[in-house]
Design a binder for this molecule. Structure first.
Ligand SMILES: [Fe+2]
Length: 150
């Protein structure tokens, strides 16, 4: 997150790529851990958390796929993201196993940062500082958007 801010602070598309690549990790870690716990304890996932968490991971992954189309990160940025994911996945796994409430709160903080970033992004578009490009096809399909802009 901090790394992303300093490298891509004014380039919102690239910042979104960093945010979304990190945001896709917690749901997968937590979903996997709850899945494994269900297997170990031989108990049903009564509250349906496994499905919810994995769907959240998939949703965040799709956000990343959309912003990859917009920002088109180069090899160096992709390598940085790969490294950040490697570090964050291990960190978040340990955090979730031993301090799940803190881990969930951290995701809340990330989501708050995403809202702030996207609000700033839209402000930049509204002020004309960032071009208002047409949504990529992958976004139109995922969100069921109309083919033509209004
Ligand atoms: Fe997202």
């Amino acid at each position: 997150m901090v790394c992303g801010y300093f490298f891509f602070a004014k380039r919102y598309g690239h910042r979104a790529v960093v945010l979304e690549s990190v945001a896709g990790v917690p749901g997968m870690v937590a979903g996997m851990w709850n899945h494994l716990r269900s297997l170990r304890k031989m108990q049903q996932d009564e509250r349906g958390w496994i499905k919810t968490l994995l769907e959240e991971a998939e949703n965040e992954r799709m956000h990343l796929m959309i912003f990859i189309e917009i920002a088109k990160p180069n090899f160096i940025k992709r390598t940085l993201i790969l490294f950040a994911q490697f570090i964050f996945w291990h960190f978040y796994f340990v955090l979730y196993v031993f301090f799940p409430k803190v881990a969930h709160r951290m995701v809340g903080y990330f989501e708050e940062q995403a809202v702030i970033s996207y609000t700033e992004y839209f402000d930049q578009i509204d002020r004309g500082n960032t071009p208002n490009i047409e949504a990529p096809l992958i976004a139109k399909v995922y969100y069921g958007l109309p083919e033509m802009r209004a």
